[in-house]
Design a binder for this molecule. Structure first.
Ligand SMILES: *Cc1c(COP(=O)(O)O)cnc(C)c1O
Length: 375
């Protein structure tokens, strides 16, 4: 394997010394899973990450992963087998795998050309032409979804909305008509190793997901087709140690991104993802005016590691090839997704980078990314 001088992603995790006080708590309680004291403490502390939770308006449960948070939410809806779920083709495979595991059928659609997310406008256009039972938009690269607009979509169409906000913890707001799943995987900005969260304003949704994550148990019996998707006390220990470090991590990322973004925006041949003021992406993708491979090969020879996140799009991956595509224009064409597939380059972004390194990355991108504007 090539050793890159500048790595794509380096997780920022608590040291063994920072973990020790929490591990000693486990030694003392001898409680290792099944919603033990550390999981409960982590759940109540992590709810403070959501600014709108002031008045305890939100309910959440921890899960074994972001994927299982999606799966539990989907199972909890009790949709008939084969129900149709609108989902972007431009996402991480877990989004659509969760749909398959719940016995539902993905309908792959387009993303918006500016923010690279499945928008309410796209969902409305598709819903006008074909039956949909659920919409599953994705917070692409951690870009928060417009919660109010999705809430209005759910109310006006009667179609429920489940958000895959895997990488958007700290930025994604939770509206009434929208349940959201988050990932705590090691590669996410708020990683704990493996873990996830399901968050909703509806306590019944969270209660059901929690029951399903523990074999569907209630009153000592399996009441439903549950599974085991609980977070262990050891994972919660990492989460609690990590929570204390999150403000510093967030501040480091914000500072780094401010300069990085300005330099990238000054390169005429690259296009950045649109996002709200103050947002810091989980991963940095840029669209270049030449093929992504040309840029990534050039960057690799300068020692810079890249990855074309979410590529190839899901409709090009074997597990999903049999399912239909529905673009907003009524055809199966997904031109924005296709353009992203050809020209998206994921650049290094993590707390171990320096401004000097992001400056070097931007100089290299400027030389490689072509001369035209990145349209
Ligand atoms: C990371 C990610 C997931 C999967 O989360 P896990 O915790 O790894 O299961 C799902 N969807 C998106 C968009 C992701 O980025």
């Amino acid at each position: 394997m090539t050793q890159f001088a500048i790595r794509l992603l380096v997780p920022d995790f608590p040291s063994a010394d920072e973990l020790l006080p929490w591990l000693r708590r486990i030694d003392a309680s001898r409680w290792y899973s099944n919603f033990g004291p550390l999981v409960q403490e982590f759940e109540s502390s992590v709810s403070g990450v959501f600014p709108e939770n002031d008045a305890g308006a939100l309910h959440l449960t921890t899960t074994a992963s972001g994927t299982s948070a999606l799966q539990l939410a989907l199972s909890g809806l009790s949709l008939p087998r084969g129900s149709r779920v609108l989902v972007p083709s431009f996402t991480f495979p877990a989004t659509a795998l969760a749909i398959l595991h719940a016995g539902l059928e993905p309908v792959f659609t387009e993303v918006d050309g500016k923010d690279w997310c499945l928008s309410p406008a796209i969902a409305r256009a598709v819903a006008g032409r074909t039956d949909l039972d659920l919409v599953l938009p994705v917070a692409t690269f951690g870009r928060p979804l417009p919660a109010g607009e999705w809430d209005a979509f759910a109310r006006n169409t009667g179609i429920p909305v489940l958000a895959d906000a895997a990488a958007a913890l700290g930025y994604q707001a939770i509206a009434t008509g929208m349940t959201a799943a988050f990932s705590l995987h090691a590669t996410k900005p708020h990683g704990i190793g493996e873990g996830g969260l399901l968050v909703s304003r509806d306590p019944a949704i969270i209660d059901r997901a929690r029951q399903l994550s523990n074999f569907g148990f209630r009153k000592g019996m399996a009441q439903r087709d549950g599974t085991n998707a609980k977070l262990s006390e050891y994972a919660a220990a990492v989460g609690l140690a990590q929570l204390a470090r999150w403000p510093r991590i967030q501040e480091l990322r914000r500072r780094l991104w401010t300069n990085y973004r300005e330099r990238l925006a000054a390169i005429p041949s690259v296009r950045l993802q649109d996002g709200p003021e103050g947002w810091v992406p989980a991963v940095v993708g840029v669209m270049t005016s030449v093929a992504a491979a040309e840029v990534s090969d050039g960057l690799a020879s300068s020692g810079i590691e890249t990855r074309s996140w979410y590529c190839p799009p899901l409709t090009h991956q074997p597990a999903f090839a049999a399912f239909s595509r529905a673009g907003p224009d009524g055809t199966g064409d997904l031109p924005v997704t296709d353009a992203l597939a050809r020209r998206l380059v994921g650049l290094p972004f993590h707390t171990g980078l320096t401004d000097q390194q992001t400056g070097f990355i931007c100089d290299c991108v400027r030389q490689l990314a072509g001369r035209e504007t990145g349209q």
